[in-house]
Design a protein around this ligand. Structure first.
Ligand code: ZN
Length: 359
């Protein structure tokens, strides 16, 4: 049974005054609701595992943590970015009805077309994702679709405020988006950058219903294992999340930025299966530092299973060089993890930037 789907009422359209209506998702487990730290009210993870401190960044950068050798099969992984193909713009302009079209633009940016609506996740089209002038974190592969070639966007979905996911310059450049759905607390930053777009905040377990007549959608905010900050002083003052998209009778899971977590089992049981999950597979080394915020490919395979995803596509790799593993290592490790776990061929794959997968 699909709990979220049961409560989703196709045909319901929002009033002219607002682009989406917010609800509490039906039967959402209390154990998966937002938790705050007593005292200062900052958000915490459901697992109790939190991101490493700023002091530990120094330990990482100085190489003082435990030594980690890559698996034999990935020892010769190259440092080349994800492959890129030219986008199939004809297909993007006229998507097949009744199918989900997923185009990887790079990092955690996806153009998702389903049920007559278009969604854009964590849009970053900039050539750098560093919060500071130094050190720069340059983009290593051009966006798979140029901003100017995007179709009209019904909803932008943001997972959290980190600079590689919430890029204000890209949001400013996006003029057509009707709605921007963000986790709790991030609205203020985003509202200033997108005056033409209605910004709506949600917390874990809240659902936003919207869309045009004949093309309704529902966006459900779901937990992630991560952290949030825009500076050294606002750690976890805003929430982080994933998004579940219901559109055209299909269900798409966008994980945002996440580490492994036990809650995926309970969440997956509540959701009751997804047609496709978009899961991060990169930025995982060194494990002692990254494990609380970024899953590795093996953990991503586990999340794929916990979510009962029919298919999964990899993201958050090969675009920005954020961590210690070579840029080309994650898809090799994913292929090995998928085979070890006994996944069917093509069940969980890494695709090229610019590629469109139709499901
Ligand atoms: Zn992040």
């Amino acid at each position: 049974m699909r709990n979220g789907a049961k409560s989703f009422a196709p045909g319901r359209t929002p009033g002219a005054d607002c682009a989406v209506h917010k609800f509490r998702a039906a039967n959402y487990p209390e154990s998966l609701r937002v938790k705050r730290r007593p005292g200062d009210g900052r958000f915490v993870n459901l697992s109790g595992r939190e991101a490493r401190s700023i002091r530990e960044v120094l330990k990482w950068k100085l190489g003082l943590g435990p030594h980690e050798a890559p698996h034999e099969a990935e020892r010769n992984a190259s440092d080349t970015p994800a492959p890129r193909v030219g986008p199939d713009l004809a297909r993007i302009r006229e998507p097949e009805p009744d199918m989900i079209h997923l185009t990887w633009i790079g990092h955690a940016t996806w153009l998702i077309q389903a049920g007559g609506a278009a969604f854009l996740t964590d849009p970053i089209f900039s050539d750098d994702c560093s919060p500071y002038p130094i050190p720069r974190i340059p983009r290593r592969v051009a966006p798979g679709v140029a901003l100017a070639d995007l179709p009209a966007i019904d909803a932008v979905l943001l997972s959290h405020g980190h600079y590689d996911h919430c890029d204000v310059a890209s949001l400013r450049a996006l003029r057509s988006a009707r709605v921007c759905a963000v986790p709790l607390g991030l609205g203020r930053l985003v509202r200033g950058s997108t005056p033409e777009t209605e910004v709506v905040e949600a917390e874990w377990g809240e659902r936003l219903d919207g869309g045009a007549a004949g093309a309704p959608f529902a966006l459900t905010c779901v937990p992630a294992q991560h952290a949030a900050a825009r500076s050294a002083f606002d750690r976890n003052e805003t929430l982080w999340c994933g998004w579940l998209i219901d559109a055209g009778g299909k269900r798409i899971y966008f994980a945002g930025d996440t580490g492994r977590a036990g809650f995926f089992g309970e969440l997956g049981a509540w959701i009751g299966g997804v047609d496709v999950a978009l899961l991060p597979i990169g930025a995982y080394r060194p494990r002692w530092f990254m494990e609380s915020v970024h899953c590795d490919p093996g953990e991503a395979v586990r999340i794929h299973r916990q979510l009962h995803a029919r298919r999964s596509l990899a993201m958050h790799w090969g675009t920005f060089d954020l961590t210690d593993e070579p840029l080309g290592e994650p898809p090799l490790a994913l292929a090995r993890a998928a085979a070890t776990a006994g996944l069917a061929p093509g069940e969980f794959t890494a695709i090229a930037v610019g590629e469109t997968v139709v499901i």
